[in-house]
Design a protein around this ligand. Structure first.
Ligand SMILES: [Zn+2]
Ligand SMILES: [Zn+2]
Length: 362
């Protein structure tokens, strides 16, 4: 089959930025050296472009996981231009397709089933999706967002200003135009590009699946470190409207912390969280599936029935406890809540024992 034509501009950007980041920047560091201010602006630009993609393009605009003040949205629009990943409207449209048709090679724009290279960068260097390129019908809500519209209309100019002119202007006033351009402009662009692309490639290949096995998305702590918390991709693909990706306190999710902090100072609101009972039920269901396979291998019919029955009880108790907890009942109901909690804990313990028993017998 004949491959679609190359997109030369994208190819030029990807190859050029890779060469400058991997060859030019180390040579410059060796021959000339980077100043403290150049490194400072480099870090600030990483934060601004990286977080504008994760908190802005991804969790705010693609998934509507919360609402943000216009000032915040304006900063994300500029940061998104700095990140050079197309406009927020275009990015969100692609991303909503990715979630809706995940792993479908025809309809998912960066389907992981097409392989690492394609899902990482290949999908952007040829006109694979020219027929849907300007179809934003799945982002009607974003057409009402004036900042999104403004950014979309002026995207190329904004991107040129943020990536080329701004580092040069800062460099002009701080010592070296070229040094600033190499480090804060191009090397930073290369790093933020590929860390974002890892979510489409590696986070669909490498990691664990605690919540769902219905698609290829994985949870991966190392990727979370490199991507401002987006590495908890298995959780994200089942509960995409949650403003969190790493839900445990020890999981590295600075995007979640940023959104939470913005809400505390009144710049964000309506943060959406998945009810805890649904998260725990999803996890238990995955365990049930794995144990069911084992029990089938053992040919143990009665064990299969026990697993099913105990899972049902667990879900019932999860729902009863967390719903009662959310309702914040009066004082006399505190006792009831304590009873529900105890019943749930007993069932969770029993469930854990069942998980431990089986692998030993298999
Ligand atoms: Zn994904
Ligand atoms: Zn998403």
């Amino acid at each position: 089959m004949k491959k679609p034509p190359l997109i030369w501009l994208n190819l030029f950007i990807f190859i050029g930025s890779a060469l400058i980041a991997l060859v030019g920047a180390p040579m410059w560091a060796y021959q000339v050296g980077f100043s403290g201010i150049e490194i400072g602006v480099f870090v600030a630009f990483i934060l601004m472009s990286g977080l504008s993609i994760t908190a802005g393009y991804h969790r705010l605009w693609s998934h509507k996981a919360y609402q943000a003040n216009p000032v915040v949205r304006f900063v994300f629009a500029l940061g998104g231009a700095l990140a050079l990943q197309n406009s927020a409207l275009h990015w969100s449209s692609d991303h909503r397709r990715h979630h809706k048709h995940v792993d479908d090679n025809e309809k998912d724009p960066y389907s992981a089933k097409m392989g690492f290279f394609y899902s990482h960068i290949g999908w952007m260097i040829r006109e694979y999706h020219s027929q849907i390129y300007h179809d934003y019908s799945n982002c009607k809500d974003l057409k009402k967002d004036k900042i999104v519209q403004w950014q979309h209309k002026h995207y190329l100019k904004l991107a040129f200003f943020m990536n080329i002119l701004l580092p040069m202007i800062i460099g002009y006033f701080t010592g070296s135009v070229l040094g600033m351009l190499i480090l804060a402009g191009v090397t930073r662009l290369f790093l933020v590009h590929h860390s974002t692309f890892f979510i489409n490639s590696l986070a669909h290949i490498w990691g664990r699946q605690p919540y769902t096995a219905r698609n290829t998305a994985m949870d991966n702590d190392l990727l979370a470190l490199l991507t401002f918390g987006e590495g908890y991709h298995n959780f994200h693909h089942i509960f995409e409207y949650d403003y969190r990706n790493g839900i445990r306190w020890y999981q590295f999710d600075p995007t979640k912390w940023l959104i939470w902090a913005l809400s505390k100072v009144g710049l964000a609101n309506k943060l959406r969280r998945t009810p805890q009972e649904r998260i725990e039920a999803a996890k238990a269901k995955m365990q049930l599936q794995r144990q069911t396979e084992l029990a089938r291998k053992l040919g143990d019919q009665s064990l299969l029935e026990v697993l099913e029955a105990e899972y049902e009880v667990l879900v019932e108790r999860l729902t009863a406890y967390y719903q009662a907890k959310r309702e914040k009942l009066g004082k006399d109901s505190q006792q009831k809540l304590a009873q529900l909690k105890q019943a749930l804990q007993q069932q969770q313990q029993l469930w854990r024992q069942l998980q431990l028993q089986l692998p030993q017998r298999a």
